[in-house]
Design a protein around this ligand. Structure first.
Ligand code: ZN
Length: 323
């Protein structure tokens, strides 16, 4: 797993040095490409589809997972092991997992909110447990039917016993639909209590963050000593700037969803994630390696548009790569 990347300032200096030397030194360019990478996790089959008005059959959701893996995504969030009466679009998580044709080089994750979800995931071939809780009291009560203290205890209990690699996603890490701006100190304190997590992802669930806040919180959570990721919704068109800011601040993982699908059933007016293919285009242009086949990913977005019968928020699959 590509977990460790150099810190932002090193990487910025390396990128600057590489561009100065690009014409005269092939070796330094290659060295830079090896060092500057981001692990992209496509959350379209989970975060993307959970807010769709129509429910996609598990076979189709597995088909989406397989297409994303075939496009070279290093990680795909395949399913959500939540109560299907609360999130009907995510019913049949086990069937989705069964429909996966494993591709070497892709890690498959699933979302859980509690011990019951964890037990369900453990019985599937999925590789990684993504435990989610929110930074605020109100959001936990709406999304997970638990207080912040209860949600934290549930996550810690899973981390202590997990037999698989773990991610903890802290949703509403920058702003909450019910409580407004979230104090970074609260997020930092919460992250420090989750020290058994293999990775912490900071999620801007309602798309209110701007790069300075993202950079600052990413740096502070990274300083706790674990890999940090970013998950940005593009509700106010700041998602791509935030993703780049997170990487520059030391994040090694970025979530995105193909076509920019997404939302949250418990976050009023939240819109989709940043589109994975638009993000890949941006990162490739900046010399950041993702391992994703951009043409193949654009084909997945086009396929999905046809399947859902509507234009998706992502722009690259309509504009094309070439100018
Ligand atoms: Zn999200």
């Amino acid at each position: 797993m590509r977990r460790v990347s150099p810190r932002s300032s090193d990487r910025s200096r390396q990128r600057a040095a590489a561009s100065r030397n690009a014409s005269e030194s092939v070796i330094s360019t290659q060295a830079t490409l090896e060092l500057v990478r981001a692990i992209l996790c496509d959350v379209g089959p989970r975060d993307g589809l959970q807010n769709e008005p129509g429910v996609l059959a598990p076979e189709l959701r597995a088909g989406l997972v397989n297409r994303l893996a075939a496009a070279g995504l290093p990680r795909v969030e395949a399913a959500s092991f939540v109560d299907p009466t609360r999130v009907p679009a995510m019913a049949g998580a086990e069937e989705v997992a069964d429909g996966i044709r494993r591709r070497p080089g892709t890690e498959y994750s699933g979302l859980v909110l509690n011990g019951r979800g964890y037990e369900r995931l453990l019985a599937t071939p999925l590789d990684r447990v993504n435990c989610t809780l929110a930074a605020t009291e109100s959001f936990n009560r709406r999304n997970g039917n638990a207080s912040l203290e209860e949600a934290t205890a549930r996550v810690v209990a899973i981390l202590e016993r997990s037999e698989k690699p773990t991610t903890v996603t802290i949703s509403a890490a920058f702003g909450c639909p019910f409580e407004g701006r979230v104090d970074p100190e609260r997020v930092l304190e919460l992250a420090s209590r989750l020290h058994e997590a293999d990775e912490i992802v900071l999620a801007d669930t309602i798309g209110v963050a701007t790069p300075t806040a993202v950079r600052s919180l990413t740096e502070r959570v990274t300083a706790l000593g674990r890999p940090v990721g970013g998950h940005f919704h593009n509700t106010r068109n700041t998602g791509y700037a935030n993703a780049l800011a997170a990487l520059e601040a030391g994040a090694t993982v970025l979530d995105a969803s193909v076509g920019g699908l997404g939302g949250c059933p418990f976050a009023p007016r939240a819109t989709g994630n940043i589109a994975t293919e638009d993000l890949v285009y941006l990162l490739q242009g900046e010399g950041i390696e993702t391992g994703v086949d951009l043409e193949a990913l654009i084909s997945v977005a086009a396929w999905l548009e046809e399947l859902l019968g509507r234009e998706l928020p992502g722009q690259l699959y309509r504009a094309g790569i070439a100018a």
